[in-house]
Design a binder for this molecule. Sequence first.
Ligand SMILES: CC(C)(COP(=O)(O)OP(=O)(O)OC[C@H]1O[C@@H](n2cnc3c(N)ncnc32)[C@H](O)[C@@H]1OP(=O)(O)O)[C@@H](O)C(=O)NCCC(=O)NCCS
Length: 333
Amino acid sequence: MELFKTKIAGTGKYHPERIMTNAELSETVDTSDEWIVQRTGIKERRVGSIEKEEFPSGMAERAAKIAIKNAGIEVNDIDLILFSCTLPDMMFPNSASCLQERLGITNKCGALDINAACTGWVYGLTMANSLIQTGIYKNILLCGTEMASQFNNWSDRNTCVLFGDGSGAVVLQRAQDGDSSQILDSILTSDSTKKDSLILPAGGSKRPVRQDVLDEDAQWMSMDGQVVFKNAVKTMSSHCATLLERNNMTIDDVDWFIPHQANLRIIETTGKLLKCPEEKVIINVELYANTSSASIPAALHEAVTDGRIKRGQTVLFAAFGAGLTSGATLLKF
Ligand SMILES: CC(C)(COP(=O)(O)OP(=O)(O)OC[C@H]1O[C@@H](n2cnc3c(N)ncnc32)[C@H](O)[C@@H]1OP(=O)(O)O)[C@@H](O)C(=O)NCCC(=O)NCCS
């Protein structure tokens, strides 16, 4: 069977207007700018507004319009929408269908939400690649969009300083003959033995948000930061090493490394384990904090827009999140 190649044809991003600095956070919880910067590298984050339609489908609409324009296609050229989101607009209809309407897509293309937490966009990239490689679709819109501010417990200093809202989108397209851009390889894993280390147990069918949940103030996420930290560094570095090895490459062949933007210390430790020079690592966590599955596509868009990432260059993505999921992708941009 002939396999087609998949390329990233266009990128886009959106972050809410409202900036919340560490100093502002320290007025409401027992923390400080110094602690947050030293432990995480984060200086500020964006917080979405429902009135400004900065919920997932609204943010994704803004990011997707830029990606579609940059790909040089029309909205009705999209064959499938994949929407990675941890907390969607609503339980149903899915956010991908809401996005189809917001973009004015009238071709009735498929629309699917994916939830692999912060790794969701990398999972979506692998799914989309397979659907394009096998010739089923030609243009897939893949968004990673998160409104973490809605599940952030703003009175828990252990977690609330870490997250922010935002969206990143790409159009994945069947590459033409002779095109140097293509997705080369990817790895997806999940270690469910550690699933309780990053969890939002209420709000689903097993424990709907009713009065008992509110009485216990149990409607928020909770996290064992050190378990997540160690697992993140271990899985991201080993997945990247495996991808490089099985594609007969070394880190010297990689032009840019875009890890999930969760925490500067995780990014730096992973980079060191991979022996990746600092100047090849794309970092914007200081400005947006951890925007979950939006972080890699948004950072990609920034680096493409400012001219760092160029066509034909080799790029490595690595992500981790609740599950504990993890994944990595190697590609020629
Ligand atoms: C959360 C994280 C920054 C905490 O850093 P750490 O060095 O592990 O810190 P610890 O958990 O050991 O906490 C050290 C102390 O700081 C305190 N602390 C926690 N958050 C704080 C904050 N925002 N401000 C001030 N102090 C804080 C703790 O209460 C603890 O105090 P104690 O020693 O009196 O109990 C770190 O574990 C981490 O980044 N983990 C990964 C998180 C992540 O990326 N999650 C998203 C996954 S997609």
